[in-house]
Each structure stands twice: as structure tokens, then as C-alpha cells.
Write a protein that binds this ligand. Sequence first.
Ligand code: ATP
Length: 369
Amino acid sequence: FAPWNDPNAKPYIQFDNVTKKFGDFTAVNNLSLTIFEREFFALLGASGCGKSTLLRMLAGFEEPTAGRILLDGQDLRGIPPYRRPVNMMFQSYALFPHMTVENNIAFGLKQDGMPKPEIASRVAEMLKLVKLEQFAKRKPHQLSGGQRQRVALARSVAKRPKVLLLDEPLGALDKKLREETQFELMDLQQNLGLTFVVVTHDQEEAMTMADRIAIIDKGEVMQVATPAEVYEAPGSRFVAGFVGNVNMFEGKIARGEAGAASIDAGNGITIRTDNAGAASAGTAVTFAIRPEKIKVSSKKPAEAVNAIEGEVYDIAYLGDMTVYHVKLDDGQVVRASTMNAARITEDPLSWNDRAWVSFRPDAGVVLTR
Ligand code: ATP
């Protein structure tokens, strides 16, 4: 499933040069974005970046100040929320406290005037979908947070919208339940064949669930890509730093030919990279490398092109992996991690030991913005 790579794929949701201003404040700035049918799409960004505003404009609670939003080719301007084939699930769930689970799920269907027998069968189907059959007669306060979340989900898909918008859907759940529910949401989206657009500030959540992620900053799209691309090939310092842990070296291309270059990172550190792209000699660059691409050893590695000496600053054992912080002689602290099952770093290192960090020339990316 990768319609974004298919030049003939029809865009489903299109933000077309959309701007949203609140008074003098620009919450969304001339933003364009395409989402495909049946995609699980995440809008990821820090608080206040404008991601909820994007969702609210798609739902029809706000109108763009400029630009258009299209759904299946139709301009949505002026169409009220209840007439859009879009439903929104709020972080607060907004369940009716005095109504049973089944009445909460049935509410929208009744309002639409659906015949009673049809409502009953639809509600039963939804209860089964979210595995809450035994809880039909309970009220929201008699449910756990995770169960309430599932009622809200059942209610928002009961009307069979074409698009479900989820604003921080798992924000109220604790870490463990949140992780379980991420997989449930993915299954549900697959089974229903809907298009999901989720807003989250949690990069792990976006990485886990989404087919593609748009990283938003100050009302603008910084990058749109699959989770793997965002992580492995961030296009900017902002994206590299926002998603996952990363080490950054500031420097200048010293010498370069056809993608391979040396970067002078100051303090006697030279980095050899195969990933310099078109950056030419003299260009100021950031070299960004993920912790798991860096090896730590007590002796200078014979084979490594890139080896920098420092001192073990601290070591954290996290069960699945061990994280090393190594302070280089110029003071910069490098983060390196090793999966404990793989054990790339086999040296018995201790705090304050002299150590070498090393990495291959094909690891890491060279960023110019
Ligand atoms: P959060 O995760 O905190 O909800 P967000 O990225 O979803 O953040 P938005 O809710 O889209 O952010 O808000 C973007 C910016 O627009 C914020 O600075 C917010 O204060 C502002 N804003 C949103 N709605 C309004 C409004 N109705 N009037 C004025 N300013 C608003």
C-alpha cells in the first residue's frame, strides 16, 4: 500500500495552499498536503504548531482564511460539518455521561433518522468491533479509560464516515494501554477500510500507526514521508531532531566528490561520509547520525574510518538496549546505543573509561537546512 508513489493515484484529501489566521496570528501558513484514500495519516508536531487547526478545518469547524480543502475532488468550503463525510473523535471523547454505552453509540444514528432495527444491528456490530459486547448497558463512569476510548471510537465510526479524524486519540491512556490501543486502531482502520487522519505530538505514536507522517512546525509542513524515511532520511535539522534521538555535528564540507565528502567538524574532528549528496566544498552542514549507528569500544577500532576519542560519561541499561553517553574531548556528548540481543558493543566499558566512538561512512545524513 503506497499510493503516494503511484503517479496515477487520485488524491483524496487535498489541502491546497491553505492559510488560517486568527486575528494577526497565522496558525497555518500557505500549507499544501495530499492524503490518499485508506491511508492512515499522522499530523505530528509540538503543541501550538497548528495541527489541530488543520483537522478542525477538514471537519468544518473552522474555515480557511485562504486556500482550498478538497475531498474526493469536491471543494469543502461552505459545507457544514454534519454534511461532510468526515467524523471527528475528540481527545476528551465527549461521551454523554447519563447514557449507556449502546445509547452513546446509537445517538448519531437516531439523529439521522435511521430505522430502529438497523440501529440495533449497527450498534451490535460496533460493540463487537471494539470488543465491548458485555458493556452495552454500562454508563461511561463504570468503564476504564481504555474502554471509554473504545466507546468513543465505536460512536465515531458507527455512521460509517469515509474519513475519521482523531485528535490525540490516545492522550488520556497510560503508556502500556496506549501502546496496545495503537495496534487496535491500526486493525480497526484496516478492517473498516477508512481513511484515518490522526493528530499527535507523540512521535512514537505517529511512527507506530501511520502509513505516512507530516511533520508540522509553525503552521508549515516540514516533511511528509513514511516513518522509515522520516527516521532514516530526515530532510532538515528540525525533522532529524524532532523524530527519535540523534547526534549532530556542525561542520563544513572540506572536500567532496560525487556524494562522498569529508566534513571538517572542528576540534580536529573529520567525518568521512558517503551521503553528502550535492553539497559542495565550503558548504556549512550538519552531520546527523542515529545512536544505533555508533559503536563504542575501549580500543581504537582498526577498520573504522570515523573514530573519535572521548570518555564514557554514563551508561544506562534499558533492558532491550544499553545507551552510552561518551563525552568527546571537545566537550560534545555523543549518544550511542546497542541492542542487548545483538551486542555490537561487547567491550566491558565502565563510567569514566577512555573510549572510541566509531561509525561507517554510509551511516548518517548530511543536512544543509
Ligand atoms: P495542541 O497540541 O496544543 O493542541 P496544536 O498544534 O494542535 O497544539 P492548534 O490548536 O492548531 O495547535 O493551534 C495553533 C495555534 O493557533 C496556537 O498558537 C493557538 O493558540 C492558535 N489558535 C487556535 N485556535 C485559535 C482561536 N480560535 N483563536 C485564536 N488563536 C487560536
